[in-house]
Design a protein around this ligand. Sequence first.
Ligand code: GLN
Length: 308
Amino acid sequence: MPDLKTVLAEITAAMRAETTRGAVADYIPELRRVPLDRFGIAVVLRDGEEVTGGDADQPFSIQSISKVFTLTLALGRAGDGLWRRVGREPSGDPFNSIVQLEHERGIPRNPFINAGAIAVTDVLMAGNRPRETLAETLRFLRFVAEDDDIAIDEAVARSERETGFLNASLANYMRAFGVVQGDVEHVLGVYFHHCAIAMSCRHLARAGRYLAFNGRIPTLGAGIINPDRARRINALMLTCGHYDGSGDFAFSVGLPGKSGVGGGVLAVAPGTASIAVWSPGLDAKGNSLLGRIALERLARAMQWSVFG
Ligand code: GLN
């Protein structure tokens, strides 16, 4: 097996030199300002060893990667009853698409497209005030990432709300069908704020350990969720974590992964490693272009694909 440090150093150098880097998300000004030349990667192994490359300690907007953590928390609250309000199938459509909602009576295809994540946020709130739900989400992330400084970028959250007409449409549409049950403005507020959480690759990779290691964080001796639930969240990441690019991600990388329009990707090699990569340039489907390429190289070099 090649040496992980050497592999990450090679990948980081290659990604730094790459000239085709995709395009930074431009739907809100705060994301548009992020320099395209950034690249970071972090890997955390079962024994707690952390190997990093590039800008691994620079926080970025985790955006839709937050949907993995809100799903974890909402399942903790509602159990499998959550699946009455959200499906488990890949959508084959862009992350903010509304078309399937009409055919499917307001039930979103999966928890990782925007509609699904908004419904999950509603489940997670369940009578709580927005501030309480956000505090719970931050508390969880600070614990699993072992970093008390993880915070919400308020400027990003504000812009999300100012430009979030499509997300408001999705939420209202689901409210009409009773899939979203709480106050639409409150649910959207929490959704925009959890998307606006900023984290570094190192902290994101730490946060993904419970998914990589059967629901536990081995070095903390902490059980976060049961192994069945971790396995299922990983299955959803593999099938739905990259929207209409999920098939291609599974084909080229072969690991469960969740992307965000900030350019981050959280990926897990079950039993072996939790991985986070960040390159803000996106491909046409809104997934990090170099993030995928870097993960493809890493999974191949270390033979970490779940498909053998
Ligand atoms: N906050 C973004 C949105 O709702 C998240 C999308 C994403 O990361 N794909 O549009």
